[in-house]
Design a protein around this ligand. Structure first.
Ligand code: ADP
Ligand code: ASP
Ligand code: MG
Length: 409
């Protein structure tokens, strides 16, 4: 007998019929003698609908009230799933985040879990119940409802698994595992049997939204065995593991991630003197804008250009901040674009292989795609390109790095 934590995403609980299907699946685990704790998302589209309601009232809704609002989506699904289980004769009980006592910090809309009180859950499991917990939400020390950021139910699932020392955490979704790239964009994408935490973390950070970044961080830190599976198809899915393959079987590139939520800004003609980078990025950070890639060239004369990327939602705000900074610095002008995208190759195999970057640039050159910014780390290479070439770039790279699933073609 094992203890499993399951997480079901929005499409997997998107209709009453699908919720009934999840209840059937859970009953099978229970009948096989296992204990199960379940984290569920809101029905698909519901979180967006709620955000839309808030935006119809205000362009800057109060974060505390946003959390009170968007957390309601998950409250609906926990109750319905509990009813569906009880209809099948399976004892079950639902809990909101604050009822469990999923304690978070107070950073509304991007709160971090600090502690989970497992007493209620354990007592219910001992009584033979399936425990259903609302994903994506918690509660701060003052009792305010908080949420964990978009996709946060993944993190609820993994955090519950860590706190309960579950045997495995299953993330059930609308794809049957983690693919070499988003299978909705590249139909030759290949499902991986396993991927390392390190690679999965890079994939998630670089835009593969199949798992929320924090859920992977959590799973890596607390050594939670994590598996991504399809909620209504059989299969072993993808195991996220600490093991790297042997060097013989380890591919150089494991996957390709991409992100459309990007924008770039350039301050042109900045004096090339010490302290300039901090004078530019200080006010950007103070405005709560996260900076991703940064490029500064060596000055040919006494001035240089300073470019960085931000999330597209912060583009207008960043431009406003920079216009003021540029004036104070005596820089020439501020330029920017928000129709860019980032494409990244990810693979632990890159550590022991030279020439990956030059091959990547070569493939993009053959497709006539201009590279605007480049950044590298030990296990990834990212480039920024014009958004309209994103899919072409991903497909060409997928083929060139031998990732295509030829069975599909
Ligand atoms: P859920 O509602 O279950 O949390 P998400 O929409 O958050 O589901 O995540 C699943 C989606 O992630 C898939 O439908 C797929 O389009 C997308 N995705 C992006 N990159 C990948 C990848 N590398 N492998 C699998 N799915 C991916
Ligand atoms: N319902 C939330 C969202 O849509 C959390 C989740 O689904 O993981 O982002
Ligand atoms: Mg998700």
């Amino acid at each position: 007998m094992a203890l499993y934590v399951h997480k079901y995403g929005g499409t997997s609980v998107g209709t009453v019929e699908k919720i009934e299907g999840v209840a059937d699946k859970l009953k099978k685990f229970k009948d096989a003698g296992h204990d199960v704790v379940v984290a569920v998302s809101a029905m698909s589209g519901e979180t967006n609908r709620l955000i839309g309601l808030a935006n119809a009232i205000s362009d800057q809704p109060i974060p505390r009230e946003m959390d009170v609002l968007v957390s309601t989506g998950e409250q609906v699904t926990i109750a319905l799933l509990s009813m569906a289980l009880q209809k099948r004769g399976v004892p079950a009980r639902s809990y909101t985040g604050s009822q469990v006592m999923i304690l978070t910090d107070s950073a509304h809309m991007k709160a971090r879990i600090q502690d989970i009180d497992t007493d209620n859950i354990r007592a219910d499991l001992d009584e033979g119940r399936i425990v259903i917990v609302a994903g994506f939400q918690g509660c701060d020390a003052e009792g305010n409802i908080t949420t964990l950021g978009r996709g946060g139910s993944d993190t609820t699932g993994v955090a519950l698994a860590a706190a309960l020392k579950a045997d495995e955490c299953h993330i059930y979704t609308d794809v049957d595992g983690v693919y070499t790239t988003d299978p909705r964009v590249v139909d030759k994408a290949k499902r991986m049997d396993k991927i390392t935490f390190e690679e999965m973390l890079e994939m998630a950070s670089l835009g593969s939204k199949v798992l929320q970044i924090r859920s992977v961080e959590f799973a890596g830190k607390y050594k939670v065995p994590l598996r991504v599976l399809h909620s209504s198809k059989e299969g072993n899915g993808t195991l996220i593991t600490t093991e790297e393959g042997s060097s013989v079987e380890q591919p150089v590139i494991s996957g390709i991630a991409f992100n459309r939520d990007e924008a770039k800004l350039t301050v042109m003609g900045v004096p090339d003197i010490p302290g300039v980078a901090s004078k530019i990025l200080g006010p950007v950070g103070a405005a709560n804008i996260e900076v991703d890639m940064i490029v500064q060239n060596v000055a040919a004369d006494k001035t240089t250009d300073f470019t960085f990327t931000v999330n597209r939602v912060d583009y207008a705000k960043a431009e406003e901040v920079l216009t003021k900074v540029a004036k104070d610095l005596g820089a020439r002008e501020v330029a920017g674009a928000n129709d860019i995208a980032k494409v990244s190759l990810v693979g632990v195999g890159m550590r022991s292989h030279a020439g990956v970057a030059s091959k990547m640039f070569d493939v993009l050159a053959q497709e006539n795609i201009n590279i605007q910014i480049i950044s590298t780390s030990e296990i990834k290479i990212s480039v920024v390109v014009d958004e309209k070439y994103l899919e072409l770039a991903v497909r060409a790279l997928h083929t060139a790095f031998d990732l295509d699933d030829d069975k599909e073609s």
